[in-house]
Design a protein around this ligand. Structure first.
Ligand SMILES: [Zn+2]
Length: 204
């Protein structure tokens, strides 16, 4: 494999990127000057060292240079409602909900969704960590399941609902889901603020 093929291969691992788009990225990089490429590779190098996973909600966050906080800004924000915990698949979903300004509770990021027929759920979603999180936070009175409206998202919903049910029955919190307003096939990364607001108001 030559260098163009090798780099193309890396880009095909990106979400939603096929071989043709990956190759376009490589040729795009070839047209940039050295400074651009140096900046890009420096940012990639620093990405991991300057960001962490929040040990409360499991989202990625950028470390403030003079602190070494273990929790993110949302988890540390005392003005947020601690009685609701919205469970989402990925960071991009959380960011979209935050942008919409329609939710003031806390989150938990599962890290992915569960493919239908998958025999080993813990490889795909942080279900064990979610249970631990809910057991530890007795303030939580409602867990909102906010997953994509596609087969894998629905499968994730069923699985998480099932594992939380015994806890919900003994722990005094309810489990709700986002309501009408979201169309089939939707990933939570995309709906606009108004749609999210309706789905949140109509949760059941
Ligand atoms: Zn957090």
């Amino acid at each position: 494999m030559n260098i163009i093929e090798k780099l193309t291969e890396y880009f095909t691992h990106f979400p939603g990127i096929g071989p043709r788009q990956a190759r376009r990225f490589v040729y795009f990089l070839l047209t940039r000057n050295k400074e651009y490429l140096n900046n890009l590779s420096r940012l990639i190098e620093e990405l991991k060292s300057e960001s962490s996973v929040c040990n409360t909600c499991h989202r990625f966050f950028v470390q403030n240079s003079n602190t070494s906080a273990k929790s993110c800004g949302i988890c540390n924000d005392a003005s947020r409602n601690t009685s609701t915990c919205m469970v989402v698949e990925r960071d991009a979903d959380l960011e979209n909900i935050e942008r919409s300004g329609t939710y003031d509770g806390r989150y938990f990021v599962l890290g992915g969704r569960l493919p239908v027929l998958e025999k080993n759920p813990e490889r795909f979603v942080k279900s064990r960590e979610l249970i631990k999180h809910i057991k530890k936070n007795s303030d939580i009175k409602e867990v909102i399941l906010a997953f994509s409206l596609n087969p894998d998202g629905e499968h994730t919903h069923e699985y998480i609902h099932e594992i939380l049910r015994p806890l919900s029955e003994s722990g005094g919190f309810s489990i709700t889901s986002l309501g009408r307003g979201l169309s089939t096939g939707t990933e939570l990364e995309y709906p606009d603020g108004e749609t999210l607001k309706n789905a949140l108001q109509n949760r059941h």
